[in-house]
Design a binder for this molecule. Structure first.
Ligand SMILES: C[S@@+](CC[C@H](N)C(=O)[O-])C[C@H]1O[C@@H](n2cnc3c(N)ncnc32)[C@H](O)[C@@H]1O
Length: 214
């Protein structure tokens, strides 16, 4: 195990314990863009973090299973879900997704920024995620395409030793059966946010949205 093993619950519990909130509290932009208006069903959010996506999905009427390796993150997310009045629509489950995976079939499986420093078996997790998509359902994988410009320093939170696959890499590693899936969206997108000194910080991310044949 490396010093910063992102597949390690202790690493993530420590990371989440550093402050009351480490992510924005808002659902991910691409999830909102792509899923708004989709008929709700059962959704699975893998690597759900502080729960903003799962809560947003629940608010749209989805019955959500949200999974993370960090109990600290799950507890925080469950508190937020209760405040948002959707506690009964989200089932928070702790799994190390490299080892165990939630049971069931889902109309949407979402993996948003499932990145971690160290040796996380992301490809295996995503293959398992694809298996969990119901016929006619969606698999959404959003991630960094390159390390965020503001976090490439060794003293940052570890982006320096992560690899960021292209959507072609993700597709290849999924090894989906021919004719079994349709690519709905395959794109790279860039966005900026103001940095601490006002300078723009740029980030390039990518999105793969696939539909399983009905
Ligand atoms: C970069 S965060 C993204 C969180 C959230 N999806 C978001 O977009 O804000 C990655 C998340 O994956 C979780 N994670 C890392 N390794 C995991 C594993 N082996 N099994 C389950 N979750 C894991 C971490 O605890 C963390 O919450």
């Amino acid at each position: 195990m490396t010093e910063h093993n992102g597949a390690d619950a202790a690493f993530w519990d420590a990371r989440y314990s550093e402050s009351d909130r480490i992510w924005s509290g808002r659902p991910n932009t691409m999830l909102v863009r792509e899923i708004t208006g989709v008929r709700p069903g059962a959704a699975l959010d893998i690597g759900s973090g502080e729960g903003a996506d799962a809560i947003w999905l629940a608010e749209q009427g989805w019955q959500v299973t949200a999974v993370d390796i960090s109990q600290v993150a799950l507890d925080r997310a469950a508190e937020e879900a209760a405040k948002a009045g959707v506690a009964d629509r989200v089932d928070w489950q702790r799994h190390d997704l490299g080892e165990t995976f939630p049971k069931g079939e889902f109309d949407l499986v979402s993996a948003q920024y499932l990145h971690a420093p160290g040796e996380m078996p992301r490809e295996k997790m995503l293959r398992r995620a694809a298996d969990a998509v119901a016929p006619g359902g969606l698999l959404m994988v959003v991630g960094h395409a390159i390390a965020p410009s503001w976090n490439q320093r060794p003293e940052g939170h570890g982006h320096h030793d992560m690899t960021f696959p292209t959507t072609a890499d993700v597709l290849e590693s999924l090894a989906l059966p021919e004719g079994g899936w349709e690519t709905v969206r395959d794109e790279e997108f860039e966005w900026t946010k103001p940095g601490p000194d006002g300078e723009p910080l740029t980030r390039t991310d990518n999105l793969l949205l696939l539909r399983r044949a009905a």
